[in-house]
Design a binder for this molecule. Structure first.
Ligand SMILES: NC(=O)C1=CN([C@@H]2O[C@H](COP(=O)(O)OP(=O)(O)OC[C@H]3O[C@@H](n4cnc5c(N)ncnc54)[C@H](O)[C@@H]3O)[C@@H](O)[C@H]2O)C=CC1
Ligand SMILES: CC(C)CC(=O)C(=O)O
Ligand SMILES: [Mg+2]
Length: 355
């Protein structure tokens, strides 16, 4: 069996962490009787530089026929000025939309050995085990938007947080089913005291909960949720929310585990899965070779699990990461004072040594 995996390294630290991910993927499938063909394409700022657009046609064609897609990250200060349609992030949003990956799964699990890197109290940090299900192809990032000038010549801008019933239902289904396979608790996060899109979201959660009587459902306003995540994150099992809230809450949750560099994600929907660490292109450390590759490597485990259905290989990758961390492997973002600091490549080698 041969699989085609499209690699989109992107910008900043993206190429470093995806190079690590590919090495781990190749090692993980050795002896499995399968072959993986990796095909690299342009997305984001590097694509703007080479082709004048953040999501070139060649990349669009390649991802639509792939078995899975691995992405690093896009963006950076180089492209922060200039016309809106040329932003690297627009390429990423278009990619997610094209693949129809409406459910972004972001597991947030503490590694016992990294508790010192977490800002939480020890007994709380070690109990963090959450899956965030973030709606990924709707909401304010995709709604009608405009910038203009009013009659007096003053500037205005707006973005619309639009959700259809179908968009809400399908991601909630993923969330309910995820909760069912875990501790059977679903926290739906919204801003239903203010936003109509949130009121509809909450109504649909309530309607759908009848089909999942084994799942305990609670509703939480997003501002309170942001606080609860740092005061008592151990109460959360599966957390489901719309795109913008999920983007923010997952970066916050990442820190609970020690570093944003630790968190993987799987974006699932209409077939082809997209796998990426949750962090961005980290321009402040780009080119230094010190990025934490573990979020990207753990995304490979999710690819093996969800797209290739190789659960044993997925577990091996997760265990290899856990073993490396247990043995004291630390990139700069994880290291406490006096700890030996590994480069991206050295950390990758440590993970590979356990595979
Ligand atoms: N999926 C994507 O492609 C994403 C792209 N971005 C883009 O990335 C650029 C930078 O955004 P920021 O707000 O700075 O967010 P960021 O996630 O790139 O970085 C935030 C902070 O975390 C650190 N960090 C991130 N990943 C790390 C890793 N693997 N190892 C060690 N440290 C790590 C960075 O050094 C920085 O201090 C922007 O252009 C933004 O739009 C941001 C988030 C996601
Ligand atoms: C372009 C942004 C929506 C990327 C991001 O921050 C994310 O998906 O987490
Ligand atoms: Mg984000």
């Amino acid at each position: 069996m041969t699989y085609r995996v499209v690699l989109l390294p992107g910008d900043g630290i993206g190429p470093d962490v995806t190079a690590a991910a590919v090495k781990v993927l190749e090692r993980a499938i050795t002896g499995q009787g399968i072959e993986i063909k990796i095909e690299s394409h342009l997305l984001g700022g590097c694509a703007i530089d080479e082709t004048g657009t953040p999501f070139p046609e060649k990349t669009q064609e390649a991802v639509q026929t792939a078995d899975a897609v691995i992405l690093g990250a896009v963006g950076g200060p180089k492209w922060d000025v200039g016309p809106g349609h040329l932003r690297p992030e627009a390429g990423l949003l278009a990619l997610r939309r094209l693949l129809g990956v409406y459910a972004n799964i972001r597991p947030v699990k503490a590694f016992p050995e990294l508790i010192d890197a977490s800002p939480l109290r020890k007994e709380i940090a070690q109990a963090v085990d959450i899956v965030i299900v973030r709606e990924l192809t709707g909401g304010a990032y995709f709604g009608k938007r405009e910038r203009g000038r009013d009659e007096a010549g003053a500037r205005f801008a707006y973005d619309t947080m639009y959700y259809s019933e179908e968009e809400i239902r399908r991601v909630l289904q993923t969330a309910f089913e995820t909760a069912r396979l875990r501790r059977k608790k679903l926290t739906s996060v919204d801003k239903a005291n203010v936003l109509d899109s949130s009121r509809l979201w909450r109504e649909i959660v309530q309607e759908m909960s009848a089909q999942y009587p084994d799942v305990t459902v609670e509703h939480l306003l997003v501002d309170a949720c942001a606080m609860h995540l740092v005061t008592h994150p151990q109460v959360f099992d599966v957390l489901v929310t719309e795109n913008l809230f999920g983007d923010i809450l997952s970066d916050e949750s990442a820190v609970l585990t020690g570093s944003i560099g630790m968190l993987p994600s799987a974006s699932l929907g209409q077939g082809i899965g997209l796998y990426e660490p949750i962090h961005g292109s980290a321009p402040d450390i780009a080119g230094l070779g010190i990025a934490n590759p573990l979020g990207a490597i753990l995304s490979v485990a999710l690819l093996l699990r969800y797209s290739l259905h190789l659960e044993a290989a997925a577990l091996r990758v997760e265990q290899a990461v856990a073993s490396a961390v247990r043995d004291g492997a630390r990139t700069k973002d994880l290291a406490r004072q006096g700890e030996n600091v590994l480069t991206t490549e050295q950390m990758t080698e440590r993970v590979l040594s356990y595979l």
